[in-house]
Structure formats: structure tokens, C-alpha cells
Unconditional design. Sequence first.
Length: 387
Amino acid sequence: MIFIKNATINTITEGIIIGNLLIENKKIKEIGNDIVAPLDATVIDAKGCLVLPGFIDAHTHLGLWEDGMGTEGIDGNEQTDPITPQLNTIDAINPMDITFNEAVKSGITSVCSTPGSANPIGGQAIALKTYGKIVDKMVIKNPVAMKIAFGENPKNCYGGNEKTPQTRMSIAALIRETLRKAQEYLDGIEKSQLEEDYTKKPEYNMKYESLIPVLKREIPLKAHAHRVDDMFTAIRIAKEFDLKLTLDHCTEGHLVVDELIEEGYPILVGPSLTERSKIELRNLTFETAGILSNSGLNVCLITDHPVTPIQYLPLCAGIAIKHGMKEEKALEAITINPAKVLGIDNRVGSIEVGKDADIVIWDNNPFEINSNVLYTIIDGKIVYKKI
């Protein structure tokens, strides 16, 4: 049991509360200025400090590209087959990687860790906490999305080896073909159940089985797309199959604001703190998030770790503010917005009674470069304390 007193609590969803916060059994139990510390509680005096929900990064490869490991620590892309929906990142994430600790120390308590973008269909992404020893115990939701990718990455991975896909046409065609076959597979299963004739049930296919949550709109396609044309190819396919979709990276999103408003799909912007390492990044700018957010779109900010190291998520938000994003929207972009996009907002993303006690105490505004995390609390446990 933890009792935080004299706190300035930014709940994100219910305004700022000056008062106290009680944590019990891994959950937020009470918030207010009239609650008293239980005798057996660990008391933290947060006077002069800011209490925020743990930050969330909705697009990382945390634990899949291990820090300083080289080839041995790279497990995010299966570059032997362009269509791999059956892969799940839980089987490759190493929670012992030092970057998990760096996330905790920087106030990032939850992430989505997704396969890489070598394959047009790359596999299932999961949402997990950033503290723990066994990944199974860190999972918030599995799966949260199905990774798909457009543009240069799949082209360069396979085209250079004279394999499919070599063009954007082929990338889209492969995704369409797989979704169509998966739909036929699902139709066969449902028909056999309806007729109670299991001799007609299709032979088990792990690839198509993994796409059933996508087809049932239980999870979205998570589309790696930097260029405008790639974003709208993703949208075209999502519409054709009536699927949920998130637009991840959205590097040229500021060029098509009205069109993105019309379509209404979730926007995940980043990584912006990086070089223009390829042609499709030529319009990279920190202004994108602010332009889209100020137009009324709900935006998430992402690091794409390790492209931008996970600990710089608050810094990325701070630079986005410098380039036009409103501060309260930047906070939402790394708390409640990603929680909603990942379908985990019933547990994380804001400070509300009943939610997971993922709380971070800052000595100052987290978007100021000299601010420090004093405490990180995950699932009601103090996992970091600045000495």
C-alpha cells in the first residue's frame, strides 16, 4: 500500500487535483484531499512535485532489438517470408535488455512492442509493462495489433534479392491476397460450425488463424507508412475488407490534413528525433504532430525504439511542443491517446480509481530537459526511486 500526499496530480482525463492518492492491491484506490494515510502504508510526500500517469509508447520494438548486441540481439524481422502473420513478439522480447530499465527511469511504464517492417505482414504486436523479469507477467494485452508495412523497407528487404515484393503494387497485392484467403478460411470455419458438420472445417492454417482477430475487428492493422501514397494504400485496403487500422509514422501527414480528418483513422507520429535516412523521410519535421493535433485529430507520439531510444519519448513530446503542439495535447499523446489506440485504456493512460497504479512523480514539468523522475510506480510497486 502506497500513500502519496501533498501532490499535484494531473489525471489527464479528469483535470488536475491537489491532494492525495492511495494505491492498494496494484490499483488506484482513492484520489482526493480528504483521504488519510493508512497506518501500514508507505508514505511519499510529493509536495512541490508533479504526479502523472506512466507514459505510453504505442510503437516500439522494445526487447526485439537488444541494446549493443548486434545480430544475436536482433529478433524483430523474419526476412525469409514476406507474409508472417503467425509471428508474435512475445516469443522474441527479452525483458532483461537494459533499455527496459531506461524506460522505467524515464517514466515510460507501458509500450506496444511490434515486429519490424521488413515484411508486408510482419506479425502480432503486444502491449506490455516495462518492468519485470518474465515477459508473460508483463503483458497487458496480446495481441493488440497486426503489423503491416508499406514502402521502402519491404521493397529493400526482398527486391534486392530478386524476390517478391519488389514494388509497392506487389506489397499491396500480397496483403490483399492473404486477407482474402484468411477470410475464406474464416468463412469455412463459421460455415462448418453453423451446419454442425466439422468434416467441412478447413485444415488448420496458423497464418490465417492469426488474422481472424483482424477480420473480426478485434484488433487493428498497424500500418508502417511514411509517405502519403503508402498511408492511403493502407486506408484503401482497410476499407476493402472493413478492418480497423492505425497509421504509424505518418511522416507526411501534415501534407494531407483535411484528407486524414475525413478518413478518421488513429495517427501515430514518429520517430521525429532521427535523420532522414531514406527517401520516404524527406519531409520529416517535428511540426507534423502539432499540425495534425491542432486540426482536431487525436495524435500519439512514438519513438519507434530503437530508432529513437525509448527514454527520449518525453523529449520528443517537448520538441513537438516547441514546434507548435499544445502541451496538454502532447501529454495526451503519450498517455490516454495511445492507451485508447491499443485498447488498454481501461487499465492505463490516466489516473483514475480502479486503474492500474502506474504512477510517475516528477520534480518538474516532464518536457523540460532538466526535469527528473523521482519515483516510478508500476502495478502499485515502486520500481525506481531517484537517490
